[in-house]
Design a binder for this molecule. Structure first.
Ligand SMILES: Cc1cc2nc3c(=O)[nH]c(=O)nc-3n(C[C@H](O)[C@H](O)[C@H](O)COP(=O)(O)OP(=O)(O)OC[C@H]3O[C@@H](n4cnc5c(N)ncnc54)[C@H](O)[C@@H]3O)c2cc1C
Length: 466
């Protein structure tokens, strides 16, 4: 390879082992988990180990006018971590230290490359809990979770990532290190810069340390399954549950396509003749049995044709595991649907007010029929946050075009119903146009002004979000 002064500077700052230019490795690192999103060819992957090394990378890239794309585990579903041509891919995977767990203040301080499940396991030893639990929790990083404001299954009761981020350390485009927020239970000093960086998808700076709030470990939960003859009836049950003032700690929906895909992927005895299944849990201690009975009543009133409680923790864990298998099972279903494994998934992410969930689910079924594409729906029903998974034949441009049309129609419907174009996966490359439609020209200008104020040369993650 021809001499490259930036690579020389990076090697001098980080050492050869942390500066990777092997073409196969670059190809692997060029994209996240989003299908059908463009990815450029990066110059290099760097793996800094400290804030100082991140600052050195950012300064060097800035001097050479080379873009920097921060990356965690690349489990993102919006193309937000995808390479742009010639970029430095700044991977945080080597910054994987849990710096501190303080059981008295109930906080954890971590480097961004710590994997969600690793943190969850570490705090459990102190009888503490870090609730945000994206489906990718065994691989995605806290830095990526913060940068996408990730949600998960227990977020219906306990809130998404931003509720737990007390403070951040961020390397800015200038190479300076900014500290935001606090480690106290309360604090209102200055603008809430922490929340500005949460969900910023690598466009405003590189998060190098995160101070997180923890909770006491939750009570043991009881789990309920309700089987519905239509997806819309399941949506009506979700609205009814909220209306009754019930607060399940989990309220997830799987439609027939997903039930069948999961059963084919790993037989678990799921009802594959059902149109939709709601999986609910309550963790209200002494009140749990009563709350579960009330949940069952609401589901029956909404038309459930079967409602049953998990007999024990093992059955509850198996049901949860079935929900967690939705993504790999649908990937396999997509691959098997078209010849030569060319089936791909366009994973959508739309959130509507809970009262509009039934209309969204009806609308998705109509869109699938109109566009002649298979669409399975799964998601965090209690948050009104659904993932319509559109199955396309990557080798057939007409199939891809129909899938894209269905994707756009779902986005349009979500906004018409008073919703948002992304409940948790973020904007990345996939939803730039839909973000602009959702927030309008003034919103776009404010986004761009904030970005330009922090990163005037457009160093970080160009082409993403706005
Ligand atoms: C099977 C599966 C299930 C999933 N389930 C969920 C779910 O339930 N809920 C949910 O919200 N998401 C889910 N996701 C999506 C994804 O896991 C999340 O978006 C996750 O937060 C991404 O973390 P990551 O470490 O992989 O980040 P990446 O994908 O590497 O990056 C995501 C974004 O964060 C930026 N970024 C990463 N690290 C930093 C940093 N240190 N500083 C600044 N910016 C940074 C990147 O530039 C990019 O914009 C799922 C994905 C898969 C594959």
């Amino acid at each position: 390879m021809a001499a490259n002064p930036l690579l020389d500077e990076l090697r001098a700052a980080l050492g050869d082992a942390a500066v990777l230019t092997d073409p196969d490795l670059l190809r692997v690192h060029a994209r996240d988990e989003a299908d059908l999103c463009a990815a450029g060819t990066p110059l290099v992957v760097v793996r800094p180990r400290s804030t100082g090394e991140v600052a050195a990378v950012v300064r060097a890239a800035g001097r050479h006018g080379v873009p920097v794309v921060p990356q965690g585990a690349r489990t993102g579903l919006a193309g937000a971590a995808n390479a742009v041509d010639g970029a430095v891919l700044l991977s945080t995977v080597a910054m994987d230290r849990i710096v501190e767990i303080d059981p008295v203040s109930r906080i954890a301080v971590v480097q961004p490359g710590v994997v969600n499940a690793t943190l969850a396991g570490a705090v459990r030893k102190h009888q503490l809990w870090y609730p945000p639990d994206p489906g990718s929790w065994e691989s995605s990083t806290i830095g990526g979770n913060v940068a996408t404001n990730a949600g998960g299954m227990c977020c219906v009761k306990y809130g998404v990532t931003t509720e737990y981020v007390l403070g951040l350390e961020v390397v800015l485009a200038s190479g300076e290190v900014l500290r935001t927020g606090r480690r106290t239970a309360k604090g209102v000093a200055g603008y809430d810069l922490t929340r500005l960086f949460v969900g910023s998808e690598g466009t405003l700076g590189v998060i190098t340390e995160v101070t997180l709030a923890l909770r006491p470990a939750p009570e043991e939960s009881l789990t309920l399954v309700a089987v519905f003859p239509t997806t819309a009836a399941a949506g009506t049950a979700v609205a009814g549950i909220a209306e009754r003032g019930l607060t399940p700690s989990l309220l997830e929906l799987l439609d027939r396509t997903h039930l069948r895909a999961i059963e084919a992927y790993r037989p678990m005895g799921l009802r594959t003749d059902a149109e939709a299944l709601l999986l609910a849990a309550v963790d209200t201690g002494a009140r749990a049995a009563g709350d579960l009975a009330r949940l069952a009543e609401v589901c029956e009133a909404a038309g459930a044709d079967e409602v049953y409680a998990a007999t024990d923790a093992t059955e509850a864990a198996a049901l949860l595991q079935a929900r967690r298998l939705a993504h790999p099972a649908m990937e396999k279903f997509a691959a098997d649907t078209f010849p030569a494994g060319n089936g791909g998934l366009v994973i959508d992410d739309v959130a509507v007010p809970r009262g509009a969930l039934a209309a969204l689910l009806d609308g998705v079924a109509r869109i699938a029929a109109e566009c002649a594409v298979p669409i399975g729906v799964v998601g965090h029903a209690g948050d009104g946050n659904m993932h319509p998974n559109i199955v396309v034949d990557r080798a057939d441009p007409a199939s891809v075009a129909r899938g894209r049309r269905a994707f756009d129609e779902i986005m349009r419907l979500g906004l018409e119903l008073g919703g948002t174009c992304t409940g948790e996966h973020g904007v990345g490359l996939l939803k730039r146009d839909w973000l602009a439609r959702e927030i309008g020209p003034v919103g776009v200008r404010v986004h761009q002004a904030i970005r330009a104020a922090l990163d005037p040369a457009g160093l970080f993650n160009p082409g993403k979000v706005c």
